[in-house]
Design a protein around this ligand. Structure first.
Ligand SMILES: Cc1ncc(COP(=O)(O)O)c(C=O)c1O
Length: 444
């Protein structure tokens, strides 16, 4: 049989048809100009009109192993030949191998997982589990957080993405974070814990099922908590029988220079959620990890939850391929080592550019906050807003071939964990020249 070659669409056709027939997320559609991407390898991706971009955000902080890794692609292909799908009530070799491997990598005594499709439904299920296990309904979450765009997770999300989705009586109570924005800065661990304890007391400790938190906050600004904070949260949760859910959807799988962010403080949450880096996002997969004392509840009680694609064989194979790539190339170690280079390059930008108000990073998880004035620390764009200067910087980065996530007054620096020092330097040279646009807006 002769297969007819399909003529590739042009860059213009790809963009036009995507805009005409698909709804893009988190945007008003008019004026969108999505890049027509055709291929990607390592830290670069290419468009149908011949442009090359260095990927300084691993797309959505998720392609941790880098693009086009053969080990992940071949693992998916082998599984597709063998058994692409079977229902979640079955046992499969790929599910067996992946769950055993995760039990080895996950913090402390966490040794059982419930597989989901992504980060949001991992958090939905973690919250459902916490409510079932404790018999309590209320969930604590922080304002500067993102936990997903679905039912309960968007209620738990503290940032403005919640506002348009809010329903009264969602059962979520928000608490302030240790960080209060670039002008007010940071609380100490003791101050932040005192705020949290006050909310727990006022809400009624015995009404709270769980506290869900990103151990290191992601899209809300790469916020590394003061030392002692996570240990204090663990202690408060233990004291009140509140389950601690750590959302490691973004921080898991080497992003911060350790397998999981909680490993920096040796804290073991009761439930941990993951997605993104679990498969390096080659195939959608998320999971909730449960400590034995939590999982034991379901020995005799029914777990009321399910998904057609739970433990999808192609996704489990992709995760095994991704973990193989992380281990063979010591990408978690590379994240730590290159993270030190990234921190140095951040500081160099801060020395050279008056518009750089703060830089933060841990491993290859970084952000640069821009200001109009280093004395007042007035941000270059307001909370939940943009400005002509931030828009110009964003465009200049793209024009020079650097893709990253620019949000409010913040530029993210989250490249794939396979990045080399030379590639980091290449990205920072582009940042260096684009920040001159920010410097022109500086008052003093
Ligand atoms: C910390 C965190 N939790 C949850 C999610 C939601 O994950 P997903 O988009 O896979 O549903 C994200 C996505 O960015 C995230 O960063």
């Amino acid at each position: 049989m002769v297969t007819e070659a399909v003529k590739a669409l042009s860059a213009e056709e790809i963009t036009r048809l995507c805009l005409q027939h698909t709804l893009y997320d988190w945007s008003a559609q008019a004026g969108l100009k999505p890049l027509p991407v055709t291929s990607a390898k390592g830290v670069y991706f290419h468009t149908a009109d011949g442009r090359r971009f260095i990927d300084f955000n691993s797309q959505l902080m998720c392609v941790n192993a880098g693009h086009g890794d053969r080990r992940i692609i071949d693992a998916i292909k082998r599984q597709a030949d063998l058994l692409p799908y079977i229902g979640p009530a079955m046992a499969t070799e790929v599910r067996a191998r992946l769950s055993a491997k995760l039990a080895e990598l996950l913090p402390g005594d966490i040794d059982k997982v419930f597989f989901t499709l992504a980060g949001a439904d991992a958090n939905e299920n973690a919250i459902k589990i916490a409510r079932a296990v404790t018999g309590r309904s209320k969930i604590l979450a922080r304002y500067r957080s993102y936990h997903g765009s679905t039912g309960t997770t968007v209620q738990a999300t503290g940032d403005p993405r919640r506002w348009a989705n809010e329903i009264a009586g969602g059962g979520v109570v928000h608490v302030v974070d240790p960080y209060h924005g670039i002008q007010r800065g940071w609380d100490s661990a003791a101050e932040a814990l005192a705020n949290l304890e006050e909310v727990i007391d006022l809400e009624g400790p015995r009404t709270i099922a769980a506290f869900i938190l990103e151990p290191i906050t992601g899209t809300n600004g790469i916020l590394v908590p003061p030392d002692g904070y996570l240990q204090g949260v663990r202690e408060l949760c233990d004291r009140h029988g509140i389950l601690m859910i750590c959302d490691e959807v973004m921080t898991g799988f080497g992003r911060t220079g350790r397998w999981f962010a909680v490993d920096h403080w040796s804290v073991v949450p009761d439930l941990i959620t993951m997605a993104k880096g679990l498969t390096s996002s080659y195939v959608p997969l998320g999971a909730v990890g449960l400590r034995p004392k939590v999982a034991a509840h379901f020995d005799e009680n029914v777990f009321y939850g399910g998904l057609t694609y739970n433990s999808h064989p192609l996704a489990c194979a992709a995760a095994l391929g991704a973990i193989q790539a992380y281990e063979e190339d010591d990408m978690v170690g590379n994240s730590k080592r290159m993270g030190e280079v990234l921190a140095r390059l951040h500081k160099r930008l801060q020395e050279r550019h008056p518009c750089v108000g703060a830089t933060r990073s841990i491993g290859l998880f970084g952000a640069i906050e821009l200001v109009r004035d280093r004395k007042t620390m007035e941000p270059l764009a307001p909370f939940n807003g943009s400005s002509p200067e931030m828009k110009a910087i964003s465009q200049a980065l793209l024009d020079a071939g650097l893709f990253t996530f620019v949000r409010w007054n913040t530029i993210m620096t989250n490249p794939p964990l396979c990045i080399s020092e030379a590639e980091l330097e290449e990205g920072f040279e582009i940042l260096d020249s684009a920040l001159e646009l920010g410097d022109r807006a500086v008052h003093s």
